[in-house]
Design a protein around this ligand. Structure first.
Ligand code: GDP
Ligand code: MG
Length: 178
């Protein structure tokens, strides 16, 4: 069976690494070194079947040999596009990334594409300093045909795990259908 490749994209400091580490280790550490991009590998059981997962965690600093956003989009079977609900500019970046994913990966013919693109508003625990409403997130997800989640890598262990498991399940069904 093919590995499922999932790219976690979004602007710097939205919590991409925190979400990935939360999913892989069930822990929230607080600080995540990001000197280079990396791919995490995990073997997991989905509906009783073993599945290999590759999770791409980009790094924001420019570095040699770093892949471009469009290369990352071509590589992946599924996408988790993250913004920080307390940072409006990160929401605008997420919007631009969603449009680029649509442009590069899915023509009008791929009607099931929403199964493999998730929009995630992270840092829900910071809702007292929220800059992006839940409704705006839902609306953007609707416009760009993706599934919407609002969660917190810091506080929601279960929800983060469910979100990634759902992505892997959808992406594996999608890649079988290809
Ligand atoms: P990345 O650049 O997108 O990989 O972001 P990081 O995962 O390195 O996180 C950036 C900062 O946001 C770190 O200081 C994290 O501790 C913090 N952070 C990540 N997720 C959350 C969250 O859900 N809530 C809060 N309050 N802080 C978070
Ligand atoms: Mg990071």
């Amino acid at each position: 069976m093919n590995d499922i490749k999932v790219a976690v994209l979004g602007s710097e400091a939205v919590g991409k690494s925190a979400l990935i580490v939360r999913f892989l280790t069930k822990r929230f550490i607080g600080e995540y070194a990001s000197a280079s991009e990396c791919i995490y590998r995990k073997r997991l059981s989905i509906d009783g079947r073993q599945q290999n997962l590759e999770l791409y965690d980009p790094c924001s600093q420019p570095s040699e040999g770093k892949s471009t956003l469009s290369e990352q989009i071509h590589w992946a079977d599924g996408f988790v596009v993250v913004y920080d609900i307390s940072d409006r500019s990160s929401f605008l970046t997420a919007k631009a990334i969603l449009h680029l994913i649509r442009e590069l990966n899915f023509g009008a013919t791929k009607r099931d594409a929403d199964a493999v693109v998730f929009l995630v508003g992270n840092k829900q625990d910071l809702c007292h300093v929220r800059e992006v409403s839940r409704e705006e997130g839902q609306q953007l997800a609707g416009e760009t045909h993706c599934q919407f989640y609002e969660l917190s890598a810091a506080e929601h262990c279960q929800e983060v795990a469910l979100m990634f498991s759902k992505m892997v399940r959808n992406a594996s069904q999608h890649s079988k259908a290809k």
